[in-house]
Design a protein around this ligand. Structure first.
Ligand code: ADP
Ligand code: C5P
Ligand code: MG
Length: 209
């Protein structure tokens, strides 16, 4: 029990994505828990396409989109962008990739994200990875991330932690009730965390490669 390959993908409704029956793994965890870092490792070994909702939103700002200013303001405040915007970006990226296996990182961030994605795409995740990390460690990592992000300052970081606890933890609880969550102790060094991640992706029979 407990590996990605053990869980059957998808329902049979709506849209071109669903016709492809994609396998979707949601990658959740607080800001700075190491979602992006571990997704980079996963895609090297397991043939997934990595889609970070935050990266897609930042690219949308850079592209000069009409939503750019709104997205930028939400990110600066650590708030969650309306689902229709984020879901459109995710759908577009999934279709463009040509792949049928996706790591969706930093999404769903709240109940609205979760319910809207399922309603619009008909897709349910096979598995939900939860990178569980101590807040003080996440704070340390974010303050030394050095990617020039407008939200990696102590004031916004505190707001993001609050949003994580109030809005994102309930999503994790929801998937826990469905038996889909694989919780990983993400406070450890990158390599150790990846050893735990690998065990989830590589089943005993080794068919996921
Ligand atoms: P997230 O995508 O969850 O916000 P990142 O993967 O961007 O997190 O990691 C945040 C910062 O912490 C980055 O600078 C990254 O290099 C570093 N980092 C990631 N995982 C670890 C770890 N296990 N131990 C120490 N630093 C880490
Ligand atoms: O995941 P990441 O840390 O890159 O997200 C940065 C910001 O992007 C979040 O704090 C939030 O403002 C926005 N975001 C969002 N909805 C998502 C993912 C990210 O609004 N599903
Ligand atoms: Mg990230």
């Amino acid at each position: 029990m407990g590996t990605v390959a053990d869980v059957a993908p998808i329902k049979d409704t709506k849209g071109s994505l669903v016709n492809k029956k994609p396998t979707v793994v949601f990658v959740l965890g607080g800001p700075g828990s190491g979602k992006g870092t571990q997704c980079s490792n996963i895609i090297e070994h397991f043939g997934y396409t990595h889609l970070s909702a935050g990266d897609l939103l930042r690219a949308e700002i850079k592209s000069g989109s009409e939503n750019g200013t709104m997205i930028q303001n939400m990110i600066k405040e650590g708030k969650i962008v309306p689902s229709e915007v984020t879901i459109k970006l995710l759908q577009r990226a999934m279709e463009k990739s040509g792949n049928d296996k996706f790591l969706i990182d930093g999404f769903p961030r709240n109940e609205e994200n979760r319910a809207a994605f399922e309603a619009v795409t008909g897709i349910e995740p096979s598995v939900v990875l939860f990178f569980d990390c101590l807040e003080e460690e996440m704070e340390r990592r974010l303050l030394s991330r050095n990617e020039g992000r407008v939200d990696d300052n102590i004031e916004t970081i505190r707001k993001r932690f609050k949003v994580f606890l109030e809005s994102s933890i309930p999503v994790i609880r929801y998937y826990e009730s469905k038996g889909k969550v694989r919780k990983i102790d993400a406070t450890r060094p990158v390599k150790e965390v990846f050893e735990s991640v690998k065990a989830i992706f590589a089943p005993k029979s080794k068919q996921v490669h």
